[in-house]
Design a protein around this ligand. Structure first.
Ligand code: NAP
Length: 563
C-alpha cells in the first residue's frame, strides 16, 4: 500500500485537541462520557454520518430492532429513558444515543458530516494527524470507535452489476423507493435478514429469499414495557443492575464459557445441535422447511438471533419462496441458481453483512504507525490481534474502542464498548499523570496476549468440527478470532486492571522539536488480497521497539508494580 509523501511546514508540538474520537456511535459516545468523567474536556468526536448513533443511524431497514433486551443493551450507568418494548425498535435505540449525548453534555464535542480519510503518527511530535477530505486535525490521543460492523459487504456474485432493477444493501436502505407490490429477492439469512424478511413479505408481490447458510434462532419474547415497567427499572437502579448482572452471568456461563471449553467437552456441541434441531422440528412442523431451515452446524458457531415471525413467513408459500440452491449469477432480470432456474425479481436486497477484520476495511482508511506501516497491512502480514482489543505496538497513543480484533464478546456489544472505553480513559489519565506524551503497548505484552487468544481459540467451539460450514465471521480470513475469547467478567477485569508494565510511557525532551516530514495518508484503501495460507502465529511480533526509546526522551517509570 502506498502513501504519498507531503512536506509539513512546521513542527506540531501543541495538538489541536488532546483527544480525537472517530465515530459518534455507542463507542464514541461512551468514550466521550468516560473522558468527561475523568476530567478530560479537550476532545472532539467526528462522524461521517449526518446524525448520532453510528450503526443505529446507518441501519434503518424495515423491522430493525435490537435483539438483546434493552435492560442489557444499554450502558450500565444509564438506562433507556424511553422505550416501548423489551426489544426496542431501531429508532428508539438511536434516540437513546441522543439521550446519552444530552445527559452527559457531549453535543458541543460532536462534529458530524466529517469523514476521516487517514491518520498518521508523527514520532517527532508524538501527535496523530487525522486527515479529512479538506483539512487535517492533530491530537495527542486517537480513539477510533468505528464500530465492528461498519463497512457493508456486497456479494461478489457474477453479473450483479448488470441487474437492471433496484439493488440495495440493508445498511444503506433507500426510504424513498416504493417496495410495495414488487417482486423482491433477498440474499442472506443473518440477523439482519430475519428482521427484514417478514416486513418485506407483507408488502411484496412475491418474496424470494436466497439462503446460503441457515441461522439458529429462537422465538423473541417481546412485549410492551411502556405501561410502567420501563419507569420501574429507571427508578429502581439496583433491580436494573441485578437483572443486568444475572444476564451477564448467564451469558458468561452458558454461552461464552461453554464456547471456550468445547475442546474439553467434545460431546456437548453435537448434543446441543441435536437438541436444537429437535426444537426446530417441533417449531416448524413442516418437513421441507425443516430440511432447509435447520442448521447442521452447532448453535453458537455464528451469531444466533431471535424472531417470532421469521419462520412463519416461509409457511405462506404463495407469497414467499425459500431458495437454498447456490446463486450462480445475477442477470438483468433476476437471479440464476445452480440448478439453472432464473428467479425474476424487481428488487434485489443484499442482507449480506459487513467486512469484519479484513485488510482494507478494518479500518477503511489508512492508519500509519510509528514505523510508517499501515495498520491493516501489519495485521495482514502478522495476525489480527490487539492487546485487550485496544492497543497495537507501533501505533502509540491509539486506543481502539470496540472495533479492534479480540475485543467483542458474545452478548451485548455495549459491554465491550464500556470496557474498552474505560481502558482508553485509564491510559490517557495515566499518561497525563506521568506527564507522558507517548504510550505504547510493549511487543512482549502484545505477543503474550495474542498467544493467549490463539491458545484459547484452539480450545474453542469456533474452530472445531461442529462449526464446519457455518461461515462464521467470528473467525476472519486469516483464521484469526475477531471476537475476544474471554468472558464478560474477564474483559471487565482485564481492561481495568492490566499491569502498567504492559505499556511503555515516554515523553519528548523539553525545548523546540525538530520539524518532521509528515506523510499524507491515502484516502482510499486498496482491496484486500487473501493470503495463500493461514500463517502460524509468529513467536515474535514484527513490530520494532517503540520509537520513544529511539528519540531524545525522558523515559518515565516503565512499570508500576502496584498495578
Ligand atoms: P451476517 O450475519 O454476516 O449475514 C450475512 C448473510 O448474507 C449470511 O446469511 C450470508 O451467508 C449471506 N451472504 C453473504 N454473502 C453472500 C453471497 N455472496 N451469497 C449468498 N449469501 C451471502 O450479516 P447481518 O445479518 O447483517 O448481521 C451482521 C451482524 O449485525 C449480526 O451478526 C449482529 O451482530 C448484527 N445485528 C444485530 C442486530 C441486533 O438486533 N442487535 C440485528 C441485526 C444485525 P453465509 O452465512 O453463508 O455467509
Amino acid at each position: 500500500m502506498s502513501s504519498t509523501a507531503v512536506a509539513e511546514t512546521a513542527p506540531l508540538t501543541r495538538p489541536d485537541h488532546e483527544v480525537v474520537i472517530i465515530g459518534a456511535g455507542f463507542g464514541g459516545i461512551a468514550t466521550g462520557v468516560a473522558l468527561k468523567q475523568a476530567g478530560v474536556e479537550d476532545f472532539v468526536i467526528f462522524d461521517k454520518h449526518s446524525g448520532i448513533g453510528g450503526t443505529w443511524w446507518a441501519n434503518r431497514y424495515p423491522g430493525i430492532a435490537v435483539d438483546i433486551p434493552a435492560v442489557y443493551y444499554s450502558l450500565s450507568y444509564m438506562p433507556f429513558r424511553t422505550s416501548t418494548r423489551v426489544f426496542p425498535p431501531g429508532h428508539e435505540v438511536q434516540e437513546y444515543t441522543e439521550q446519552i449525548v444530552d445527559e452527559y453534555g457531549l453535543r458541543p464535542h460532536i462534529t458530524l458530516n466529517t469523514r476521516v480519510s487517514g491518520a498518521i503518527w508523527d514520532e517527532r511530535t508524538h501527535l496523530w494527524t487525522v486527515r479529512f477530505d479538506d483539512r487535517t486535525v492533530t491530537c495527542r490521543f486517537l480513539c477510533p470507535a468505528l464500530g465492528y460492523l461498519e463497512v457493508p459487504k456486497l456479494p461478489d456474485i457474477p453479473g450483479i452489476d448488470r441487474f437492471a432493477g433496484k439493488a440495495v444493501h440493508t445498511a444503506d436502505w433507500d426510504h424513498d423507493f416504493d417496495y410495495a407490490g414488487k417482486r423482491i429477492g433477498v440474499i442472506g439469512t443473518g440477523a439482519t435478514a430475519l428482521q427484514l424478511i417478514p416486513e418485506l413479505a407483507d408488502i411484496a408481490e412475491h418474496l424470494t429469499v436466497f439462503q446460503r447458510t441457515p441461522i439458529w434462532l429462537a422465538p423473541k419474547p417481546d412485549f410492551r414495557v411502556d405501561w410502567g415497567l420501563d419507569q420501574f427499572l429507571q427508578r429502581n437502579d439496583r433491580t436494573r443492575k441485578v437483572v443486568r448482572g444475572a444476564v451477564a452471568a448467564g451469558i458468561d456461563l452458558g454461552l461464552v464459557g461453554l464456547a471456550l471449553s468445547m475442546r474439553r467437552l467434545p460431546r456437548v456441541a453435537p448434543a446441543l445441535t441435536a437438541g436444537a434441531r429437535g426444537a426446530y422440528r417441533m417449531w416448524l412442523r413442516d418437513k421441507e422447511l425443516y430440511d432447509k431451515l435447520a442448521p447442521t452446524y452447532a448453535p453458537g458457531c455464528k451469531r444466533p438471533s431471535l424472531s417470532s415471525r421469521y419462520m412463519k413467513t416461509f409457511k405462506n408459500r404463495d407469497r414467499t419462496s425459500l431458495i437454498t440452491e447456490g446463486i450462480e449469477r445475477v442477470t438483468e432480470k433476476g437471479v440464476v441458481t445452480a440448478d439453472g432456474v432464473e428467479h425474476p425479481i424487481d428488487v434485489l436486497v443484499c442482507a449480506t453483512g459487513f467486512r469484519v477484520c479484513e485488510r482494507g476495511f478494518s479500518p477503511a482508511f489508512e492508519m500509519i504507525g510509528a514505523e510508517g506501516k499501515e495498520l491493516g497491512d501489519y495485521w495482514h502480514e502478522t495476525r489480527y490481534h490487539a492487546y485487550q482489543g485496544v492497543t497495537v505496538p507501533g501505533w502509540p497513543n491509539m486506543f481502539m474502542v470496540a472495533c479492534g480484533p479480540n475485543s467483542v464478546i458474545l452478548g451485548s456489544i455495549l459491554t465491550t464498548v464500556e470496557n474498552t472505553a474505560a481502558k482508553a480513559r485509564r491510559l490517557i489519565v495515566e499518561a497525563r499523570r506521568r506527564g507522558a506524551t507517548r504510550v505504547d503497548v510493549t511487543p512482549e505484552a502484545y505477543r503474550e496476549y495474542a498467544d493467549k487468544c490463539l491458545e484459547k481459540m484452539e480450545g474453542s467451539l469456533w474452530v472445531t468440527a461442529p462449526c464446519a460450514g457455518s461461515n462464521t465471521y467470528y473467525v476472519n480470513y486469516q483464521g484469526d478470532l475477531a471476537v475476544r475469547p474471554s468472558t464478560n467478567i474477564g474483559q471487565w477485569l482485564g481492561t481495568r486492571h492490566f499491569p502498567w508494565r504492559a505499556y511503555q510511557f515516554g515523553k519528548l525532551a523539553p525545548g523546540p522539536q525538530p520539524a518532521a516530514p509528515v506523510k499524507k495518508a491515502v484516502a482510499k484503501k486498496t482491496a484486500a488480497k487473501k493470503p495463500a495460507a493461514v500463517k502460524a502465529p509468529a513467536k515474535k511480533t514484527a513490530a520494532k521497539p517503540p520509537a520513544a526509546q529511539q528519540i531524545p526522551a525522558q523515559p518515565l517509570a516503565a512499570d508500576n508494580p502496584t498495578q
